[in-house]
Design a protein around this ligand. Structure first.
Ligand code: ADP
Ligand code: MG
Length: 234
């Protein structure tokens, strides 16, 4: 049987507003099996980024249980969260988050160097991935010399290089023109076929459709199908 990479049960998360806690995520249940490609689809303000921060171990949940690749994240201190985040999550952001003063190769191998790998070994590990992503001829360039699509490929390479349990993408095509966006989604499909587990967050149904499965977030609640969304929230 396939293994659950993500298992979230009865998750609550709110933010303090003055003296009061404003609830944002309410009783969220979410499971992802190894090898799945899942989209979390929801309108602006529905809680997508809040949920992504929890999935990505960048923030602590208020209530509930979260298991990531078998580890109980809900019981961890901040330091251990950083560790599991670095080893299990490959982040892909809308705005790429590449370091502008580094060349593309330096950007990609950075997570490996941080972990203490030698530059030679890190470059070796990077080689296959950049070839597969078609950016091997851009390694010596700075991010601002690349197209949007190439920058996103570089950020995907950086996410892949440390072999994370999941790729976690927040609006990965949000800054791209249509064609580059389509290319990135096609690439996600290929990476998924190669066995990568992908969770992609988006407000765009057409983007979400690239995934195998869509879950819906509306007003901080997660639904497994569009039919389950209460009528007044649709
Ligand atoms: P989305 O990514 O779907 O647009 P967010 O998760 O960013 O939604 O935000 C969900 C709700 O939580 C919004 O109403 C937003 O104003 C609120 N919110 C987000 N971050 C914070 C924060 N750090 N402090 C207070 N409220 C926040
Ligand atoms: Mg957001």
């Amino acid at each position: 049987m396939a293994r659950n990479i993500i298992k979230m049960a009865h998750i609550y998360k709110g933010y303090m507003l003055g003296q009061e806690k404003v609830p944002i995520l309410k009783d969220v249940n979410f499971e992802v099996e190894e090898g799945e490609f899942v989209a979390i689809l929801g309108p602006s303000g529905s809680g997508k980024t809040t949920l992504m921060n929890l999935i990505g171990c960048m923030d602590m949940l208020d209530e509930g249980e979260y298991y990531l690749a078998g580890t109980a994240v809900h019981g961890l201190e901040e330091e251990d969260m950083t560790q599991i985040r670095n080893s299990e999550i490959g982040f892909i952001f809308q705005n790429y988050q590449l370091i502008s003063t580094y060349n593309i190769e330096q950007n990609i191998i950075m997570p490996l160097l941080i972990r203490g790998m030698s530059t030679a070994e890190a470059r070796e590990q990077c080689r296959e991935i950049v070839k597969m992503l078609g950016i091997d001829h851009r390694l010596r360039h700075r991010p601002n010399e690349l197209s949007g699509g190439q920058k996103q490929r570089a950020s995907i390479a950086r996410a892949l290089v440390s072999k994370p349990a999941i790729l976690l993408a927040d609006e990965p095509t949000g800054a791209l023109d249509r064609e580059s966006g389509r290319d990135v989604l096609k690439l996600f499909g290929e990476l998924n076929e190669m066995g990568n587990t992908i969770v992609m967050i988006t407000h765009d149904l057409n983007v979400a459709k690239a995934a195998q499965r869509i879950v819906y977030i509306v007003d901080g609640r997660l639904y497994d199908s569009a039919e389950e969304i209460p009528q007044e929230d649709k």
